[in-house]
Design a protein around this ligand. Structure first.
Ligand code: NDP
Length: 295
């Protein structure tokens, strides 16, 4: 059984990005700049944004944080996005969700300049993804297929069962796997909370990709002998035996599933590290595209 080491692969990708940044600097090009927008005082959102800045530093990117109060009015917030859209020095930006209820999410998403939409939320970028013409890919599905590629796991001709159909993970992941492309060419089944015979369908998967947000729900019964299992879920569950009082786990019951499959991603240390890395890759793509069009 192979444990797919997402941390190591993410570090390899980060080294490649850092080398590209060094080459850009050598040529006198400005280095990529990723900005993060945060509204309110949510602790988890702040931690995530801090980790983005840390990752940017590791690869030599510039990062910046734009922090607004939780009572900011919708039109003021959209004006703030105008500033980010127009700032030539910012290559891409992310908006930390959820936003306060006075701000309509669909207006915000549509307001982001698609060229700077490194989260790939804008309808234009989502549409391009479906057409197989993407400039950016949503970070988690991107991280998942990149991880599989670099770990030598081909989806070509395989039956992939994607468990979960959210707009940011399950649905785009299924599209990438079905795409006529190097990382795609799979036969894909999408499952969700209304799927009948879920266990039986999952047990037909050559590659089972799980993004349901239910801690350790996927037991060995859901998995075919010799399958590959990609666990995208991430949870903090109480654990009195751990000195921290909790442990991190995925949507898959690792101990029993790992005994049955040919390859598996651990949690933590599987898809998670690749998600952040792919946000950096999207920023690099935005930067490279801008530079090419300005030449
Ligand atoms: P959502 O809650 O948005 O979507 C969950 C999906 O799973 C839905 O499509 C839902 O079905 C389906 N589902 C829920 N319960 C069941 C069930 N009992 N049986 C079958 N299907 C079910 O979650 P996300 O897509 O945002 O995230 C999924 C997981 O991935 C979470 O654990 C999250 O923490 C993790 N995640 C990890 C990231 C990483 O970097 N590693 C990044 C992003 C997310 P329905 O549509 O019918 O409601």
């Amino acid at each position: 059984m192979k444990i797919i080491d997402g941390k190591q692969i993410a570090n390899e990708v980060k080294d490649e990005i850092a080398n590209k940044v060094k080459a850009m600097m050598k040529e006198g090009q400005p280095v990529p700049h990723l900005a993060a927008v945060i509204v309110g005082e949510d602790g988890a959102a702040k931690t995530y944004v801090d980790s983005i800045c840390k990752s940017c530093k590791e690869v030599g990117f510039i990062s910046s944080i734009y922090h607004y109060p939780s009572d900011i009015k919708e039109d003021e917030f959209l004006q703030a996005l105008d500033f980010l859209n127009q700032d030539e020095e910012i290559d891409g930006y992310i908006i930390q969700m959820p936003l306060p209820k006075q701000i309509a999410m669909d207006k915000v998403v549509a307001h982001v300049d698609p060229k700077k939409d490194v989260d790939c939320f804008h309808p234009i970028n989502y549409g391009k993804l479906l057409l197989g013409e993407a400039d950016f890919l949503p970070a988690t599905p991107y991280g998942t297929v990149e991880l599989m590629k670099r770990a030598g796991i081909s989806a070509n001709g395989k039956h992939c069962v994607v468990l979960g159909r959210s707009n940011i993970v399950g649905k785009p992941l299924a599209m990438l796997l079905a795409e006529k492309s190097e990382q795609g060419n799979a036969t894909v089944t999408i499952c969700h909370s209304r799927t009948a015979n879920l266990k039986e369908i999952c047990a037909t998967a050559d590659i089972l990709l799980v993004a349901i947000g239910k801690a350790e729900m996927i037991t060995a019964e859901y998995v075919k002998e010799g399958a590959t299992v990609i666990d995208i879920g991430i949870h903090r569950v109480p654990d009195a035996t751990n000195e921290k009082g909790y442990r991190i786990c995925g949507d898959v019951k690792y101990d029993e599933v790992s005994k049955k499959c040919e390859a598996i991603t651990p949690v933590p240390g599987g898809v998670g590290p690749m998600t952040m890395t792919c946000l950096l890759l999207n920023t690099l793509h935005a930067r490279e595209k801008k530079w090419r069009t300005s030449e």
